[in-house]
Design a protein around this ligand. Structure first.
Ligand code: C2E
Ligand code: CA
Ligand code: CA
Ligand code: CA
Length: 289
């Protein structure tokens, strides 16, 4: 593909050819470098990575129900890196398997500390990427982490994106059941953005649908997105699933959701993702016994 692109560019003008080709080379050099850095960071035990935790709120009770762990990378040269800058690369190269395992372990370790401090009702969520889900021994990995950290399984949730389950295959379904049988919770992240058929939902051992931020963004002005959101809420209700909205940024969105029966929310309106100490300071201080 690169060759075709360069050839076409060359036909247009000599300068453009040079620009085009060096651009392609630069980009791949950069991502090879980043891949090496990622590999090294993971090999060294993962201390360049850290987690932020974004609380999930129940607007009915005004309480936190849990938090989502979101990974960040403190790159030695480039500094703070948000996940969008390295998760896709980690996914492409397979490094996500090791990184994802680190995330689940750290999430469970942190949640166990909160559990021991008396916050036994909270659920910590970790994102499970498609590669990780397809890894043949994912169930054992999660099982071992739970045993090692002594976190009760019901205090852990895995968020699976809809594209994991697009292919309603036997293997995929078997993996979901094996994970669920560990006693953990499972949710479908970014719900509504995939191309999956709704028919599959009833076969899946899931607890929660998470409505994607893209629907919430203009929920009060875009009637299509409002309709989709309402449909998801009704669907969850009729399948006996919980429903949570992500990316809630203002009061109007929160009120709309409450009015339409969705009480669980996550978003900047309530809180940005925070480091553990900050989360404790702001939200958890009065909760523990
Ligand atoms: P996601 O799982 O959909 O996570 C939600 C993202 O939206 C987070 O971005 C969060 O900070 C952001 N967010 C939450 N509330 C709001 C809001 O009200 N407004 C806006 N504008 N944004 C909001 P973040 O932390 O940058 O993560 C981006 C994505 O990277 C995540 O999307 C997830 O797909 C991926 N990711 C993050 N951590 C992990 C991880 O440990 N493993 C895997 N596989 N993926 C991860
Ligand atoms: Ca998520
Ligand atoms: Ca999401
Ligand atoms: Ca999303």
């Amino acid at each position: 593909h690169a060759d075709v692109a360069m050839y076409k560019a060359k036909e247009l003008s000599g300068n453009q050819y040079q620009f085009y080709s060096s651009d392609i080379v630069d980009r791949s050099v950069e991502s090879v470098q980043l891949e090496n850095d990622l590999y090294k960071a993971l090999d060294q035990g993962g201390n360049e990575f850290f987690l932020h935790y974004q609380p999930k709120f129940n607007a009915n009770t005004n309480e936190i129900t849990g938090m989502e762990a979101l990974v960040r990378w403190n790159h030695p040269k480039l500094g703070f890196m948000p996940p969008n800058m390295f998760i896709p690369l980690a996914e492409e190269t397979g490094l996500i398997v090791k990184l994802g395992e680190w995330v689940i372990r750290q999430s469970c370790l942190q949640m166990k500390r909160w559990y021991d401090a008396g916050l036994t009702e909270l659920v910590i969520s970790a994102n499970l990427s498609p590669q990780q889900f397809r890894q043949h021994d994912i169930t054992n990995v999660v099982k071992e982490i739970l045993e090692e950290t002594q976190l009760p399984p019901e205090n852990l949730e895995l968020e699976l994106t809809e594209n994991i389950i697009i292919h309603n295959s036997e293997t995929m379904l078997a993996t979901m059941h094996k994970l669920k049988n560990l006693g953990i919770k499972m949710s479908i992240d970014d719900f509504g953005t995939g191309y999956s058929s709704l028919g599959y939902l009833k076969d899946f051992p899931i607890d929660t649908l998470k409505i994607d931020k893209s629907f919430i963004d203009d929920i009060t002005t875009n009637t299509n997105n409002a309709a989709i959101t309402n449909t998801i809420i009704t669907l969850a209700d009729s399948l006996n699933l919980s429903v949570i909205a992500e990316g809630v940024e203002d009061q109007e969105q929160a009120e709309f959701l409450i009015e339409h029966g969705c009480y669980l929310m996550q978003g900047y309106y309530f809180s940005r993702p925070l480091e553990a100490a900050k989360l404790e300071e702001v939200f958890l201080k009065n909760l523990s016994q």
